[in-house]
Design a protein. Structure first.
Length: 1005
């Protein structure tokens, strides 16, 4: 077969089956980024030559299709010459770049492989079979399908270019990496690719270099990722002239880009991986220049563009500091700083540990030199504030007996706060929290402790509560707070717990020393203040020490007695007996002596002496206690006489008490049950489960302290247990102006309360019955009217004016029914309220106009209010209904006219005892009063006026007006009372809970 005349280069054309070429035509090529950066210019030139070649071929085809075969065509000749020129230029370009050329007929599968194409694979020129299958067969099996797919995508138009890297087998069996670039240069009328021309470039060496580079980069990446330091590289663009002043260089260094870092460094910038931050400007990472970088940059410049183990700090937003160990190396060329490599390590924990260690050492030395526990606590509190970075602290000491906590020392807190937090009972919330022994580090407002006004106003944020233990027992507590920090840092928590452990033993030691000192002082006081004779003898019977009463009573001076024999205190005629007893005492054969003593003047004093062995000034000694028993003997005789008299009186009192029909109990000042009559014993067993001789702690559901206080109402306290009720009265028992205990009188009123509850229940049931009867009656009448007129309307053949009148009647009755329903709902508190914050003052001013139009002219209406605001959360429509119902009720009570006075006032009380009505809680209230000068209400009617359907105006009234008022007030969490006397009018007083703030919307007209 003759060579193809349209080929770029002559190509042999072996016979091929028609389908071989089209079956392989499946690929286009992608571009390699790395290769594009290396051979970018050369590829562009060759692509331009191929474009020129394609354009020349296209132009020749156009001219050949329109030219006459018999006539010369100058334009066609020029186009053919241009084609030859383009082919020559492409050939020269390929030879210059050492590329291998291929030309593939995509329909026939024929191919042309240039000389360099063959030689780069180890073949002689024209040694490769000129078919597409030759190329397919030489592809590496791992690359073959990818190459075929790429060519197919390019041929179909899915890809704009064909550029791909793959491996091909050489004649020697080796594998070479090739970069293939190709372009479709011819398509048929349907746009199907017909011919593709391309080049191969041997990139084996480049791929090897890339592999080594990747391995090197992997080793480098592994190294910087495994290091514990943060690694970074900043590139300065433009480079910084090293001749500039230091401040100028440092300022310019912030205009840099992070070009390399490890993940540890990226995390310091707030990212997870290095790839998330590499390529970003430093200002993007920090926003403003941080102190730590300023110190690092300055250290690098001042250190000759090199810094080793330089320490830097960073001030955080919460006021704390972090510490870093910095290393930096600046790359300088031609007097310009190009980039800076560096590392930094967070050494905050190390610095904090060093700081804590120094603080411990200093605190230990200061505690050792401190005098007294107050000085120790001052040093401890100041150290706690300093190492924690917080601004106030205090130390509570635990009472060894009660476990209550008292503030022993504080710093940084105002007196008002200190007063409210200076003492905690062991059973209080704060006491339980501290005595649990577990540290607490949290926000002050979320630790679950009660917050009084002083604590809320102080504005504390972070708080650390550190129990101080000694031998696993809480002996004190350190509380450290901050007005600025939101949280307690981990270091602060650790540091505070560390020094708390250190102070525990110091507090215990100081307490022991104080206790020892106090014990000595107490013993001395006891020794000096006892009325008994105290003396100390050595083991030879010589006097070593006596208490002041001995000197006073016997008439000797201390100098006269010390060092003398104890026998000097006895009369001469008794000394022999006394000497024998003293010898027995020294020998340990006796422990008492009954020989009388004698004064310096010779007066005999009968005594009873007890002697014990002990040590005095680290020497064995005898301790004697002598008591004058003259008065005691006289007192014993008198006591026996009085005891007999008291026993007789007690017998008589007992008989009287046992006959009292109430429970009578006698308590001592400590609450111990001394006496009770039989009924009192029964009541105590029920109310407290105690007997005579036990301590009475509570009476039913009341503490003994409550019962001993005067009752808020009446003479009796109410006490309940299970389903039983009791009344308890307490009276102090005074003996000679000194409190000698209490007398309790206990009445079992269980039956009375049951009767009262039963009566109340019956009254409520009666009210509900009247309500149901009234509703049924009204609805019956309404529905009768509806049915009657509906039937009459149904009988009419045509609608007439009469029918319209009857329909009007139906509408009026339906409206009446609606009003009754609303009143019933209001009483039963079932109305859905639309509450708004309204000012009752402004609201009532608007209502006065409505009332003046509604009430007769002979009724004078007056509104009395102050200048303040009377804001409540209320449904204005329902409040208007309350005012209207009370006004109409007043109108009916004043048939001859009178005065209607509406008043507003603000009320505030702090104790329940001051509440004007039961169940009103302490706080702020708005008081609305409606008073008339009418006929008043009879006393026997007052208890029933708010009952539904109760009326004195039958048959005109429905009896729901005041019931509706009562329901509306109650639904607004309010209370209502009435004060009236016949002939003196009536005053209804309503109490609404006051709302804070301003009215939310205008009140309705």
């Amino acid at each position: 077969m003759a060579p193809r005349q349209d080929a770029v280069f002559p190509v042999p054309q072996p016979a091929r089956s028609p389908g071989n070429g089209s079956a392989w035509c499946q690929s286009a090529v992608g571009r390699s980024r790395l290769e594009a950066s290396v051979v970018k210019d050369e590829s562009k030139k060759k692509a331009q030559l191929i474009e020129e070649l394609v354009e020349a071929r296209r132009r020749i085809s156009e001219l050949e299709s329109g030219a006459s075969p018999s006539e010369p065509n100058e334009e066609l000749r020029q186009a053919q010459e241009a084609l030859e020129t383009s082919e020559d230029r492409l050939r020269l370009a390929l030879e210059a770049t050492n590329d291998g050329l291929f030309d593939w007929n995509m329909k026939t599968g024929d191919a042309y492989y240039g000389p360099r194409y063959c030689t780069m694979l180890g073949y002689e020129p024209d040694e490769l079979e000129a078919t597409h299958e030759t190329w397919v067969g030489l592809l590496h099996e791992d690359d073959r399908q990818r190459a075929l797919d790429t060519v197919a995508e390019y041929g179909e138009g899915s890809s704009d270019s064909h550029e791909i890297e793959y491996r091909m087998r050489t004649k020697a069996g080796e594998w070479r990496w090739l970069l293939s670039r190709a372009r479709v240069v011819e398509r048929d009328e349907d746009g199907t690719p017909v011919r593709m021309v391309g080049t191969h470039v041997d990139i084996t060496e480049r791929k090897a270099v890339e592999g080594e580079l990747r391995q090197s980069e992997a080793r480098f990446r592994s190294l910087i990722e495994q290091t514990t330091d943060a690694v970074f590289c900043y590139e300065f663009d433009p480079p910084i002239r090293t001749g500039l002043p230091v401040d100028a260089q440092v300022g310019l260094m912030y205009d840099c880009t992070l070009v390399e870092c490890n993940d540890r460094c990226a995390r310091s910038y707030g990212a997870n991986r290095a790839r998330d931050v590499v390529g970003k400007k430093l200002t993007e990472l920090f926003g403003t220049s941080p102190n730590s970088l300023d110190e690092l940059f300055r250290a690098v410049v001042e250190g000759g563009y090199r810094v080793v183990d330089g320490e830097g700090t960073e001030l955080l937003e919460d006021g704390s500091r972090r510490y870093f160990l910095n290393n930096g190396y600046g790359v300088v060329q031609d007097g310009r700083l190009l980039r800076m490599w560096g590392t930094f390590r967070d050494i905050t924990e190390r610095k904090q540990a060093e700081h804590l260690l120094r603080a411990q050492q200093e605190l230990g030395m200061e505690l050792a030199a401190a005098r007294g526990i107050k000085e120790m606590l001052r040093l401890f509190v100041e150290t706690a504030i300093e190492i924690s970075g917080m601004d106030c602290a205090g130390v509570y000491l635990v009472d060894p007996v009660s476990n209550d906590l008292d503030l022993a020392y504080h710093k940084g807190l105002p007196e008002g706060f200190v007063e409210s937090a200076s003492h905690y009972d062991a059973q209080s919330a704060s006491g339980r929290l501290i005595l649990s022994g577990k540290p607490v580090h949290a926000r002050h407002d979320v630790i679950g402790l009660p917050m009084d006004k002083e604590r809320r106003s102080e504005g504390l944020k972070a708080i650390a509560i550190i129990p101080i233990l000694h031998e696993d027992k809480v002996i004190a507590c350190l509380t450290v707070c901050s007005h600025t920090l939101d949280d307690v840092s981990d270091f602060a928590s650790t540091a505070l717990e560390t020094i708390a452990a250190q102070i525990g033993s110091a507090i215990t030691r100081a307490r022991v020393e104080e206790a020892l000192h106090q014990s000595r002082a107490n013993l001395q006081t006891l020794f000096d203040s006892l009325e008994d004779f105290l003396f100390v003898l050595d083991m030879e019977g010589r006097i070593l020490r006596v208490n002041p009463i001995v000197l006073t009573r016997l008439g000797y001076s201390e100098e006269e007695m010390l060092g003398e024999s104890v026998l000097m205190m006895h009369a001469p005629d008794c000394r022999d007996e006394a000497a024998e007893i003293v010898a027995a005492l020294i020998a340990g054969e006796a422990d008492s002596c009954a020989v009388p003593m004698t004064t310096k003047d010779g007066e005999l004093i009968p005594v009873e002496t007890v002697v014990v062995r002990g040590r005095w000034n680290d020497q064995e000694a005898l301790f004697g206690i002598c008591r004058d028993i003259t008065e005691r003997r006289q007192a014993e005789e008198e006591r026996e006489r009085l005891l007999a008299q008291i026993q007789e009186q007690a017998r008589r009192v007992r008989q009287i008490v046992d006959t009292v029909p109430e429970g009578v109990v006698l308590l001592d000042p400590n609450g111990q049950i001394m006496l009770a009559n039989p009924m009192g014993e029964d009541n105590l067993r029920v109310l407290a489960g105690v007997e005579i001789g036990d301590e009475l702690v509570h009476v039913g559901d009341r503490t003994l302290g409550d019962v001993l206080e005067p009752p808020p109402h009446g003479l009796w306290h109410e006490a309940t247990i299970d389903d039983r009720s009791f009344q308890v009265a307490a009276r102090p028992l005074e003996l000679e102006a000194a409190t000698g205990g209490w007398v309790l009188v206990i009445r079992d009123v269980t039956r009375e309360r049951q009767i009262e509850k039963h009566l109340q229940q019956q009254e409520r049931l009666a009210a509900v019955g009247r309500l149901a009867a009234g509703v049924a009656h009204d609805f019956n009448n309404i529905m009768s009217t509806v049915v009657l007129y509906s039937q009459m309307t149904a009988q009419e053949e045509e609608t007439s004016e009469r029918v319209r009148g009857r329909m009007q009647t139906i509408n009026e009755q339906a409206e009446h029914a609606t009003q009754l329903i609303q009143q019933i709902l209001d009483f039963s508190r079932r109305t859905v309220l639309e509450r708004h914050r309204i000012d009752l003052g402004s609201f009532l001013e608007q209502q006065i106009g409505l009332l003046k139009r509604t009430l007769p002219e002979n009724i004078e209406i007056e509104l009395a209010r102050g200048t303040g605001e009377y804001v409540v959360d209320a449904d204005s429509t329902r409040i208007q209904q309350v005012i209207m119902n009370l006004a109409l009720n007043a109108r009916d009570a004043m048939p001859e006219g009178g005065a209607l006075r509406i008043g507003l006032d603000n009320l505030r009380f702090r104790r329940e005892k001051a509440a004007p009505l039961p169940e009103m809680e302490p706080g702020k209230w708005v008081v609305l009063s409606v008073a008339d000068t009418g006929t008043g209400i009879a006393p026997d009617l007052l208890p029933h006026i708010f009952e539904p359907f109760f009326t004195t105006k039958a048959p005109l009234g429905s009896g729901l007006g005041l019931s509706q008022v009562h329901g509306i007030v109650a639904q607004h969490d309010g209370h209502i009372s009435v004060d009236s006397r016949p002939g003196e009018g009536a005053t209804f007083t309503i109490y609404f809970p006051a709302a804070d703030g301003k009215a939310e919307e205008p009140t309705p007209a």
